[in-house]
Design a protein around this ligand. Structure first.
Ligand code: SIN
Length: 528
């Protein structure tokens, strides 16, 4: 098969906030190629509404932000990562302001800050009302365009290894041509896996590609049982799901049932602004009781102006915000687990890095604090770029370990089938019986999950394998963790169990079974 070969210093897989911020910084000192499976910037960052949390204003401080992050994360967080990444907040904000991201201002000319669940005060910066992600991405795309080489519509399926070291990536473009990109530094920034579920705030691109690629390379992956559901997705009939930002509750929105009774009363002292996992469960419980849930927005002045993205989605779905009641239900939102890394994105494979949602620094613990994800993605990108220097050697095709293309005879399921299985057996509330059914179903695809992705698969085939791989890790980890903690809720083990507080579920060396380990957070620096 003909191969198109490129060489560079650093290749970045994914073009969301983390990927493009890393590209922008690294391109100041080395050659960078950004590869993206659809178009530049398409993904979850673009869709981010609420904003970016940063304790940089008067009256706020780093320790308060840290405390909120740990409380939301059920204290399962890696405190070292939390500290290291939150410390980057001023630099991240300066960089975004330098890029001319038009953060919204209040009448007094200061930046307006909103509040979201589990934050003890207003510290969320936003742009274009609820269009924070698209504003950030617009400016980032503009900035990288002239500085890095961009390859769009190229689906990377594997890391190229030389022994235990990463020397680049391989994938296929939309015409089916194979591309090998050799680079001493490979950075996975391919987002999360919300597309595993039928109702999600995520973009269609979020199919677990980053974790699946890292799994096949043998990297360590942790905490996959912690999948966050957002409490408020707009209940639509059509194909246009839309998040209703937590900032709506931060500005006074209240969750009520069809009788207009507030549903968060008596459930948590922070009521509608309780940690996301608590609110998502409460909304889910109402639905289970046969009730409907609405977000009452009567107390929010100028709703349409403050939340134009949500207002536009309402219009598209014939919901009138002026009536004051937005129908909502929970949807899959964020993967707290991922490729195990330190704050610089170093994985267990030399030369391979992971940042953003693909990575797990442990910052979010068992449940991410609202608007900490854009911050984490940008902070990791800055730290990584600061740490790396231009490699003093090249990577080339002569060094690559060639794997035979394995022909695997299997009828792959469709996305919809995977989503139906995940919805049914691995939703917000889980139990052993249902997870076991899902595990047995996934086991039929063992051979493709464990094999290196083959050139013989179509793009959709590779994506399906990535989804199955992420689903396999999530399902098994959910089965193993016999407790409820943060976003991981088991009805058969409904309490937190102290014996699990220091244990993590680890995938490594392409093993199909995870191991349970005492947490360890010290990684040896592999970049020197
Ligand atoms: C939201 O706007 O509610 C989502 C923000 C986030 O996930 O951090």
């Amino acid at each position: 098969m003909d191969r198109i070969i490129s060489k560079t210093d650093a290749v970045i897989v994914g073009s969301g906030l983390a990927g493009l911020m890393a590209a922008l910084q690294l391109s100041k000192k080395m050659n960078v190629i950004v590869v993206t499976k659809t178009s530049l910037g398409a993904g979850n960052s673009e869709k981010a509404q609420g904003g970016i949390a940063a304790a940089v204003s008067k009256g706020d401080n780093f320790f308060l932000h840290m405390k909120d992050t740990l409380n939301a994360g059920s204290k399962f967080n890696n405190q070292h990562s939390v500290k290291a990444l939150l410390e980057q907040s001023p630099l991240v904000m300066n960089e975004l302001i330098r890029l001319n991201v038009p953060f919204d201002k209040a009448e007094n000319g200061e930046f307006h800050r909103t509040r979201e669940g589990a934050h003890s005060l207003r510290r969320i910066f936003h742009a274009g009302g609820d269009a924070t992600g698209s504003n950030i991405m617009k400016h980032l795309k503009e900035a990288v365009k002239h500085q890095v080489k961009i390859k769009e519509h190229l689906l990377i399926h594997d890391v190229i290894l030389q022994g235990s070291k990463s020397i680049g990536v391989v994938g296929k473009d939309k015409e089916g041509k194979v591309h090998e990109i050799y680079a001493p530094l490979t950075i996975l920034a391919a987002g999360g896996c919300g597309e595993l579920y039928s109702v999600t705030s995520n973009s269609k691109e979020s199919t677990g590609d980053g974790v699946a690629i890292a799994f096949r390379a043998g990297a360590r992956i942790i905490d996959m049982e912690f999948i966050q559901f957002h409490p408020t997705m707009l209940l639509t009939t059509g194909e246009t799901p839309c998040l209703v930002s937590e900032a709506v509750r931060g500005e006074g929105g209240i969750l009520v049932n069809q009788e207009h009774e507030p549903i968060m009363e008596g459930i948590h002292p922070q009521k509608d602004l309780a940690p996301r996992s608590v609110v998502a469960k409460a909304v889910h419980d109402e639905w289970q009781k046969g009730n409907k849930v609405f977000l009452s927005i009567n107390r929010i002045p100028h709703f349409t102006k403050r939340f134009p993205t949500i207002a536009a989605a309402c219009k598209k779905n014939s919901i009138n915000p002026a009536e004051g009641m937005l129908p909502v239900r929970p949807g899959a939102h964020f993967m707290m687990g991922g490729v195990a890394v330190n704050e610089y994105g170093e994985t267990t494979i030399p030369g391979l890095f992971a940042i953003g949602e693909t990575a797990c620094t442990g910052m979010h613990g068992a449940n991410r604090l609202a608007s900490n994800s854009l911050l984490e993605g940008a902070a990791m990108a800055l730290l990584l770029a600061d740490k790396l220097s231009r490699p003093s050697f090249n990577a080339s095709e002569n060094q690559a370990e060639r794997l035979d293309d394995i022909e695997v005879e299997v009828n792959l399921p469709s996305r919809i089938e995977i989503q139906q299985m995940m919805d049914q057996y691995c939703g917000i509330i889980k139990n052993k019986e249902e997870l076991t059914k899902l595990k047995d179903w996934l086991a039929d695809y063992f051979d493709v999950i464990r094999a290196p992705a083959s050139h013989s698969f179509s793009a959709e085939g590779t994506i399906i394998i990535n989804m199955l791989t992420a689903a396999w890790m999530i399902t098994n980890a959910c089965l193993l963790r016999t407790e409820s903690r943060g976003a991981h809720l088991r009805e058969d083990f409904h309490k937190e169990d102290d014996s699990w507080s220091s244990r993590e579920i680890v995938w490594q060396g392409r093993q199909m079974k995870p191991i349970v380990k005492e947490k360890e957070y010290s990684y040896e620096s592999i970049t020197g």
